[in-house]
Design a protein around this ligand. Structure first.
Ligand SMILES: Cc1cc2nc3c(=O)[nH]c(=O)nc-3n(C[C@H](O)[C@H](O)[C@H](O)COP(=O)(O)O)c2cc1C
Length: 333
């Protein structure tokens, strides 16, 4: 039995939450981490590239593998392969992906329009899975047919161990406000635990999300990008009533350098440089001259040069912080 009460989840995010980033977030307090979504069909076809997405670090605590697809027997077949080859704690089924290519194939959020097929998938997967099976859904497909409570109930009855609800419809994609009220309705309806997701960005919103939804756990996605400290800060808020971890710009860059070095080990230097550009764009958010820094980073193509640039940047930012500190002291005395 998986205990997810009070747990902080890092949301699965394709193209971002590979091993190195999940590991970083785990070191800063994420309790549950999930792979990027992996194609069940590709697994059954023996794709090594897809299997490579299922790799965990020792820092990760409770680990999930997220699969997507629309054919119940393929999904079950994929789970049989995954459980024979990998160590993890639960299987998560993606029923929220809004991407047109996925939806057109009847996968991801399209399953919310087809509850009987979705039920069959969960039944077949739960039948073969030695680990708990969870489902990640949205508020609904469209605003007019926001069916999360009924749909989640069907997932429970089909064998799901818990359900994560992203409080946006498929039509909203990632914009507009997440509807926490409907997550509360899902929670009222179900016996199994519910994880709330969407627009949780800091301790204040985490607290409100728990209060409004009554959820058992919460999941953070975009707010963790370039900001893995968000987990630690939320935990501090709940444990001490105040946040003590404040991360200065040069400290952010120092963490980003270590992250990049680990990324080189995971993906090889060439790929890591390309991947790092996305992450570093988030790490430098809010830092003075962020646009210029980003532009410079995007033009660096060698790992060694990128590390050199970031090291100099971190020294520069540290000096600025010290000067600022001295000025404040000078004003006080
Ligand atoms: C770039 C990106 C990739 C995503 N990939 C996945 C995915 O592979 N599987 C999934 O279930 N959700 C995926 N999501 C959705 C997130 O898990 C999450 O539900 C959504 O971002 C809302 O949470 P947030 O407001 O905290 O970001 C993705 C979101 C983003 C922004």
């Amino acid at each position: 039995m998986l205990n997810i009460k009070g747990k902080l989840f890092l949301a699965p995010m394709a193209g971002f939450t590979y091993k190195t980033f999940r590991s970083l977030c785990s070191r800063f307090g994420a309790d549950v981490t999930i792979t990027e979504m992996v194609s069940a069909k590709a697994i059954t076809m023996g794709s090594q590239k897809t299997k490579d997405l299922i790799s965990f670090s020792d820092d990760e605590k409770i680990k999930g593998v997220q699969i997507f697809g629309s054919d119940p027997s393929t999904m079950a077949e994929a789970v049989k392969i995954i459980q024979d080859e990998f160590e993890y704690d639960f299987i998560d089924i993606n029923m929220g992906c809004p991407v047109p290519k996925v939806v057109k194939s009847g996968e991801g959020s399209a399953l919310m329009k087809n509850p009987s097929l979705a039920a069959k998938i969960v039944q077949e997967v739960a039948k073969v899975s030695r680990k708990p099976v969870s489902v990640k859904i949205r508020k609904g497909f469209d605003e007019g047919d926001a069916n999360a409570p009924e749909f989640a109930y069907i997932m429970q009855e089909s064998g799901a161990s818990f359900v994560t609800v992203h409080g946006r419809t498929r039509s909203q994609m990632y914009s507009g406000k997440a509807d926490w009220e409907i997550i509360g309705k899902v929670k009222e309806r179900l016996r199994i635990p519910v994880v709330a997701n969407g627009d949780i960005v800091d301790f204040e919103s985490a607290k409100r999300a728990y209060e409004m939804t009554g959820a058992d756990g919460i999941m953070i996605g975009r707010a963790a990008l370039g900001n893995p400290w968000v987990f630690l800060q939320i935990k501090e808020g709940f444990e001490n009533g105040q946040i003590t971890t404040m991360v200065l710009p040069h400290q952010k860059i120092k963490v980003a350098i270590e992250f990049f070095k680990d990324l080189c080990a995971e993906k090889g230097e060439k790929m890591a440089v390309l991947e790092a550009r996305k992450h570093l764009g988030f790490f430098v958010k809010g830092i003075e001259n962020a646009a210029k820094i980003r532009d410079r980073i995007n033009r660096i193509s060698r790992a060694e040069d990128l590390i050199g640039y970031l090291e100099n940047l971190s020294i520069e930012l540290e000096q600025k912080a010290k000067m600022l500190d001295n000025n404040i002291e000078a004003e006080i005395f």
